[in-house]
Ligand binder design. Structure first.
Ligand SMILES: Nc1nc2c(c(=O)[nH]1)N[C@H]1C(S)=C(S)[C@@H](COP(=O)(O)OP(=O)(O)OC[C@H]3O[C@@H](n4cnc5c(=O)[nH]c(N)nc54)[C@H](O)[C@@H]3O)O[C@H]1N2
Ligand SMILES: Nc1nc2c(c(=O)[nH]1)N[C@H]1C(S)=C(S)[C@@H](COP(=O)(O)OP(=O)(O)OC[C@H]3O[C@@H](n4cnc5c(=O)[nH]c(N)nc54)[C@H](O)[C@@H]3O)O[C@H]1N2
Ligand code: SF4
Ligand SMILES: [Mo]
Length: 700
């Protein structure tokens, strides 16, 4: 009997990027658990990933390439060989390129894995060489990334453990119990030692339940709330004038702007009592260090970028940037950026193709994108038919007869079901990769633990096959995974001192290596890598692009909810007389977006697809706890089970993201969400979603 022990990294979209260890006996996984020597993971995994062997050995894993034989979406497939599949792709693409050019091909990938090679490099090199359309990768946190980088210069964040120094922690529109689990033990300990925890969220999340104070504003009003708090801080003289003068640009202009946010107005906008807003300002000014922790859910609104700009102003007002346990905790992604050329090989590729926003996939397939139209879609590491907004449009677009769709997947997802060709993909335990977390600075090497199931191949292997088929012989398209890692590490180390001495060999033996930065507290040296070298409260770069250069607030109104009324192919929608509700669809505790939402044990924990509705809103509509309700707007509808609870504020309903339509009567929450773009960086706006909720009345 042979037993091997392999160290790896959880690849899923989560800031923690946990270290894992897999024991394999005679080729099969015997045990899977947390790596005890990973400094962030600390020996435990979240509820989603603990049963990982059930994911890897799921009876529904795709094991062979499949070719569609019936109409699109009919579920009729024929097994074919890899050679046939790749040959077919090559034939189709050559035809498309001859007629329309390579930009008619759109690769669509996102967060099935966050690995450097299997996602980063696999989404770059081959497609760049091909000259395919570029994907604007803005479904998740683009506006916040842009806002933080504009204001502070870089995305760097307090270490999880440094929350021990925080007297106050404001968790703002973020639910780390579910979405950044390894932050929680540190927070709990800080709380036990006396620091106060405030959660700001229209919904009483798992995180809010454990807070000292939960504040529930109306959705998308946080920009006004932040400016209102800022106004009170300044009006009371609680701000740090010296710090502002030394470290910021635009303080006088911001001060003027704040006059537009008197308490009464902010109370009116946010729906919060004046006393609560005042108390929040007082708490924040009185407790130092005070940490504000945000993530991306908060900013999936039409005004999300400016909301984040406004929140970023608060630690500047109180002089909290650069302080251990203070400032802003958002993302550590800016510490280490891989060498762009090593990842993408742009210098050896044709000019970049035109850019298609991933949030507009349905519209893009249905004629928004022309010259050339999208004639082929290649999806890997993403499930757009389930996760992209306005799913009805995505599905309609994917059903286009003249669209050639290839989906590289582990499972028959909503997206795979609409493909012409399906290629079977490896799981993390069947592939090699390098990972960095976005909540910490530990590098982790994922060694392949088991032989791929069936005929599964990794993303990078598929890129190699496609390159060969297209006649691209460049060696950088045919390296081994380790070769890619070595090259990217070496080329990045040239300008990144923290990588000095970190080699593939070391990663293979140590598995996880913590990168050290000096100073270890972001901005402790007082330097902000913005054009001015300071916190840009006023950003000339924004003014130059036609944006409001100061943090501000504009109402976020879902104006398109009736946009599809009576549209071709959709039944007519007439808004019921009751008023619409604002639907939030954040993270499910037991899934990672749609990953794991086909796994028995986790589905059982998550329960039936549900919608939380406030007792007042339920009563107005004659809805009782447990009733089936139809949730709808002009974009589409979905049937969910009502959970009547005061865990959402009146006017707000909440239903987690991630369900598979094909497992739930053909529709999920994204049949209602909007594909309108936010104020910055092409951001998705899932949470500006006006819906009508009513008892299911036999219509279906
Ligand atoms: N268990 C689990 N973990 C995950 C994921 C998952 O699906 N499941 N997804 C991963 C991904 S892709 C990401 S990007 C991160 C996201 O991590 P988070 O941002 O923490 O998660 P979300 O649930 O998207 O959003 C957080 C909260 O924002 C609130 N919110 C929405 N609109 C507003 C608003 O206008 N104001 C305020 N104050 N709050 C608002 C929602 O009610 C929600 O509770 O999590 C990652 N981790
Ligand atoms: N309503 C609503 N919708 C949302 C959001 C929301 O807040 N509300 N959040 C959005 C956000 S923040 C994000 S990041 C997106 C995430 O959306 P996606 O990036 O689509 O993430 P997943 O749903 O996890 O789907 C990933 C798919 O990749 C596959 N996969 C995993 N590993 C590999 C691999 O190595 N190779 C290949 N080829 N496939 C692999 C998995 O089986 C899975 O089907 O969802 C967005 N959707
Ligand atoms: S999903 Fe997050 S918490 Fe869970 S194992 Fe993966 S990295 Fe760790
Ligand atoms: Mo995300």
């Amino acid at each position: 009997m042979t037993t091997t022990k392999t160290y790896g990294v959880c690849p899923h979209d989560c800031p923690d990027a946990c270290g894992v260890v897999t024991e394999v006996e005679n080729g099969r996984i015997r045990s899977f658990s947390a790596a005890s020597h990973h400094p962030i993971t600390q020996g435990w995994l979240c509820a989603k990933v603990r049963p990982y062997p059930d994911h890897v050995y799921h009876p529904d894993r795709l094991l062979y390439p499949l070719k569609r034989v019936g109409p699109k979406g009919s579920g009729q497939w024929q097994r074919i060989s890899w050679a046939e599949a790749v040959g077919e792709i090559g034939r189709k693409w050559r035809e498309i390129i001859a007629q329309y050019g390579a930009e008619a091909i759109l690769p669509y990938s996102y967060s099935g894995t966050l690995g450097l090679v299997q996602m980063g490099v696999a989404s770059g090199r081959f497609w760049n060489r091909l000259g395919a359309s570029q994907l604007e990768r803005s479904i998740c946190g683009a506006a916040a990334e842009f806002a933080v980088e504009t204001t502070l210069g870089v995305r760097q964040s307090q270490a999880y453990k440094d929350v021990a120094h925080s007297q106050l922690v404001i968790i703002w529109g973020h639910n780390p119990v579910s979405t950044a689990p390894h932050f929680m033990p540190h927070l709990k300990e800080a709380q036990r030692n006396g620091s106060k925890v405030v959660v700001i969220d229209p919904r009483r999340t798992r995180t809010a339940k454990g807070a000292d104070w939960h504040i529930a504003p109306k959705p998308a009003t946080d920009g006004a709330l932040a400016l209102g708090v800022a106004q009170l801080i300044v009006a009371n003289g609680w701000h740090d004038e010296t710090w502002l003068e030394t470290h910021t640009v635009g303080w006088p202009q911001l001060r003027e702007r704040l006059a537009e946010y008197p308490l009464a107005r902010v109370a009116d906008i946010t729906g919060l009592p004046e006393a609560d807003i005042y108390e929040l300002a007082r708490l924040y000014a009185a407790h130092k260090p005070g940490l504000i922790k945000i993530a991306d859910g908060l900013q999936r609104h039409l005004n999300g970028g400016q909301t984040v700009r406004a929140i970023c102003a608060l630690p500047a007002l109180t002089g909290q940037y650069g302080v251990r346990g203070g400032g802003l905790a958002y993302s550590t992604s800016g510490y280490l950026q891989w060498d762009h050329q090593a990842v993408n090989y742009w210098t050896e590729c044709p000019p970049p193709g035109r850019v298609v926003n991933m949030n507009r996939l349905g519209a893009a397939l249905l004629g928004e994108v022309v010259n050339p139209p999208i004639q082929s879609l290649f999806v890997f590491g993403s499930n757009p038919a389930a996760v992209a907004p306005h799913a009805g449009k995505v599905v309609q677009g994917m059903k286009r007869e003249d669209l050639f769709t290839v989906v590289h997947e582990l499972f028959m997802t909503d997206t795979a079901e609409l493909a012409d060709l399906i290629l079977p993909a490896t799981s993390q335990l069947e592939q090699t990769d390098l990972h960095k977390g976005y909540g910490h600075t530990v590098l982790g090497y994922n060694a392949q633990a088991i032989v791929p199931l069936g005929e599964c191949q990794s993303n990078w292997e598929v890129m190699g096959l496609l390159a060969q088929e297209m006649g691209f012989t460049e060696p950088w398209l045919h390296q081994s995974v380790d070769g890619v890692i070595e090259e990217v590490l070496a080329k990045t180390a040239v300008f990144h001192p923290a990588l000095a001495g970190i080699t593939l060999e070391r990663l293979k033996t140590e598995h996880f290596i913590e990168l050290r930065y000096d100073p270890d507290v972001p901005f402790a040296n007082g330097r902000f890598p913005t054009p001015s070298g300071k916190v840009e409260l006023f950003a000339q770069s924004l003014a130059d692009k036609g944006f409001d250069p100061l943090p501000g607030y504009t109402p976020a109104v879902d104006q398109e909810q009736n946009g599809a009324r009576g549209a071709k192919g959709e039944e007519r929608f007439f808004a019921p007389r009751s008023s619409p509700l604002n639907l939030l669809s954040g993270a499910a505790h037991h899934f990672t977006t749609s990953t794991f939402a086909n796994q028995k044990g986790l589905l059982k924990h998550e329960g039936q697809p549900f919608i939380e509705i406030h007792p007042e809103d339920a009563a107005l509509r004659g809805i009782q706890d447990g009733d089936c309700v139809r949730v709808e707007n002009g974009r589409g509808w979905v049937v969910l089970q009502a959970k009547v609870t005061d865990g959402v504020r009146p006017g707000v309903v909440a239903s987690p993201k991630g369900r598979w339509s094909r497992l739930e009567n053909g529709r999920n929450i994204n049949w209602t969400t909007s594909d309108a773009l936010g104020d910055m960086a092409g951001q998705s706006t899932f949470h500006d979603n006006q819906v009508w909720v009513r008892l299911l009345d036999g219509l279906e």
